[in-house]
Design a protein around this ligand. Structure first.
Ligand code: GCU
Length: 696
């Protein structure tokens, strides 16, 4: 009895210690550790190797007193910054390869993954974050505070020690997951970014990022020659314009010799571009590419283009770019959002993937949750990105996945790259929501190896982020298999993460519905949103097309015929109502309300059940998290608990808004075994329009 009492007291003390250990989330997946001794043997000296040694001395969790040998030598089985590891050796072609190898080795030690000899080559050469940060420090679609790079007000360009410290932390975090590039400013670019003061700051940032292998890039405004260069035109074929860019690029490389290049949003959403001068996207991109070429710089030219004409917005980028295939220089890469519209909760892959065969093309993912509940909703995005990367385009026969058509394995392209719109800001925990950190982590891990599973990435992230082992204070070696932590925390939390994206889809836009948000904020529901004065393709009505007959966008031959842009046999599969995947049904078809779906229920009933299921899943997440309390520090526990409550309330709003609004068209009852709505439609129309971010 006494023994039992003592044991219980001991367990309580341990649990208290774990849960009371304050964690503000700033260390993300790089928590401090109590290192074992390791002897590092290497002949090489460089700033990167200094970082390597430091990381090993700070974090070694392998056998006490081991010797680790680092070898840099040419090995043709290794590509670029790839590496080979064993428990006691790391070999690579480059210093950066060694750095990535060290992070991998430490990660395996900390997550208890067995280390066998292993060759590890990156899937993509360039793994780039896109920061939508403005020169005044605000962030477009940023939900985690102000910019890490830019400040507002007087002395905003002065570089302080705390700036440098922050940038170094940022560089380290990125390198730890293999991210090797950062575009430092918004795609809706200010021309100011190309002026001397800003370029000096880019130089200062680049100096901090360099030893971690993170290259700097900037977004440019296409009309900069006229806006800041005093020229009368920015026509890409004009000799003075070409000269202006040549000089500007020379100036940049003088400051930043390893500068990565430009990201360009041109002739898109009101941004200037070559089309303003009667030129093509290829004319514009090639002019910049030629100027960057002598310095090995690249142009990432975005394909996010559409205009307010009558053509289905989903078709426009393909129509614009496919005719230009083969006309781009080899240092141009076309950057394409995963779906044909705009980072919706679920989209089919953009038909440009696989269709551009003579032009390098790169995926653009969105890490920041613009359309997925900002930093309020818990949505782990690995399953969404895997679904996209694993989609078969059939463009070069079966198995031509998006991943293969962009990583260089299907097409002979000089550059391979992937980008993600960052979710970072000055918030202490970097990303606003603790679980949003997992999406930054995931982007890096998938960019390095797109074959990793969502489950494995979640497993690593949870272990690293919420380790039950207080490595800073104990000698405990992680052995996740022998710990109730695994059953009571790791497994349920991982499952919650794996289910979370689908839950958001369910309560926002199931069955391929898309873009039915309230105006601009892209947070709350607004299926009714469609004022006369707003261009049609910026309204919800354009996308759901609900009427008395049914709902959904007909993109088959009887409608916009967007399916023609997909290769066979996918095209036929998507065109046929019976074979179209149900999770994309309303993306491709206008479907009668009483259409019988595979489970025998009508479309209307299925919509109702699906919205309801989404809300219920969030309530399950709340229970899982509440039960996780003994295993999490109080700061992060209460933060996530409160966010889940908010998510639950907001999911209910989504369900009520969409079902009550669509019911006006279907005229069918919400199935009687489901709970009734809690809100009135008219109230929701007012509150979600006025206060889209806060309808508690
Ligand atoms: C979306 C987003 C904009 C952004 C644009 C882009 O439309 O709402 O804020 O500028 O995408 O990717 O260029």
């Amino acid at each position: 009895m006494n023994f039992l009492k003592q044991a219980i007291t001991l367990i309580s003390i341990v649990l208290f210690f774990i849960s009371s250990h304050s964690q503000n989330g700033h260390d993300l997946w790089l928590q401090n550790k109590n290192p074992k001794t390791v002897h590092v043997v290497t002949a090489k000296q460089s700033p990167t190797i200094d970082i390597v040694k430091n990381e090993l001395l700070k974090g070694w969790q392998g056998t006490e007193g081991s010797t680790l040998t680092l070898t840099i030598k040419k090995d043709r089985s290794l590509h670029r910054d790839g590496f080979k590891i064993t428990p006691t050796t790391i070999q690579a072609n480059t210093d950066l390869g060694i750095l990535y190898g060290v992070y991998e080795l430490l990660r395996r030690q900390q997550t208890g993954i067995y280390i066998n000899e292993n060759i590890n080559n990156p899937s993509y050469d360039r793994r780039v974050l896109n920061h939508w940060d403005n020169p005044n420090g605000s962030i477009e679609r940023g939900y985690a505070g102000k910019s890490l790079f830019w400040r507002y007000g007087k002395d905003s360009l002065a570089v302080t020690e705390s700036d440098r410290k922050l940038w170094q932390e940022y560089a380290r975090i990125n390198a730890s997951v293999g991210i090797n590039g950062s575009v430092l400013n918004n795609v809706n670019a200010s021309p100011m970014m190309l002026t001397a003061g800003y370029l000096e700051r880019v130089k200062a940032i680049a100096e901090v990022l360099r030893p971690y292998g993170v290259k700097t890039y900037i977004s440019i405004k296409f009309s900069s020659p006229s806006l800041i260069g005093g020229l009368s035109t920015s026509d890409p074929l004009d000799a003075d314009v070409i000269k202006w860019w040549n000089n500007k690029i020379k100036e940049i490389y003088k400051l930043i010799p390893d500068f990565g290049g430009f990201l360009v949003k041109a002739s898109s959403e009101g941004q200037p571009g070559p089309q303003d001068y009667g030129r093509t996207h290829a004319d514009g991109a090639n002019m910049l590419a030629d100027a960057l070429k002598p310095y090995n710089g690249i142009v990432m030219w975005r394909a996010f283009v559409y205009s307010a004409n009558d053509e289905d917005r989903a078709k426009q980028a393909y129509n614009e770019f496919v005719p230009l295939d083969g006309q781009f220089r080899d240092n141009v890469i076309i950057q394409v959002k995963n779906g044909p519209i705009d980072f919706q909760p679920r989209e089919p892959f953009s038909p440009l993937f696989g269709a551009l065969k003579k032009t390098a093309i790169m995926p653009e993912l969105q890490i920041t949750q613009e359309y997925l509940g900002h930093s309020i909703h818990l949505a782990y995005l690995a399953p969404m990105w895997k679904e996209f990367l694993d989609s078969d385009t059939y463009q070069e026969g079966k198995g031509s996945t998006v991943a293969k058509s962009t990583d260089g394995s299907l097409f002979n392209q000089k550059i391979s790259a992937i980008s993600g719109v960052a979710n970072t800001g000055l918030d202490t925990n970097w990303t606003g929501h603790t679980f949003a950190q997992s999406n930054w982590y995931t982007f890096g891990r998938l960019a390095w190896n797109h074959e990793l599973s969502s489950e494995q990435i979640a497993d690593e992230w949870v272990k690293l982020t919420f380790s039950p082992f207080d490595l800073a204070n104990s000698q405990t070696k992680p052995d996740f298999s022998k710990n109730d932590w695994s059953n009571n925390f790791l497994q349920p939390v991982k499952q919650m993460m794996l289910d979370s994206h689908e839950a958001v889809v369910d309560y926002m836009m199931p069955f391929g519905l898309h873009h039915i948000f309230s105006a601009n904020a892209h947070y709350g529901p607004g299926p009714w949103y469609g004022p006369e004065r707003v261009r049609k393709d910026w309204t919800s009505l354009y996308y759901h097309k609900a009427d008395s007959l049914g709902i959904g966008f007909d993109r088959t031959t009887t409608g916009s015929n967007a399916i023609i842009q997909y290769e066979e046999p996918l095209r036929s599969q998507l065109s046929n109502l019976e074979t179209c995947p149900e999770n994309l049904l309303l993306w491709f078809h206008h479907v009668p309300w009483d259409y019988k779906m595979k489970n025998g229920k009508t479309l209307w009933d299925n919509l109702a059940y699906r919205y309801d299921a989404g809300v219920k899943k969030v309530r399950e997440f709340q229970k899982i998290w509440d039960m996780a309390k003994p295993y999490v520090d109080s700061e992060r526990f209460y933060e996530v608990q409160s966010k889940l409550r908010n998510q639950n309330r907001n999911a209910q709003v989504w369900k009520d808004a969409c079902l009550l609004y669509f019911q006006e068209f279907s005229n069918m009852p919400i199935p009687y075994d489901l709970e009734r709505p809690m809100h009135d439609l008219e109230d929701l129309k007012i509150s979600t329009m006025k206060r889209p971010l806060d309808y508690k």
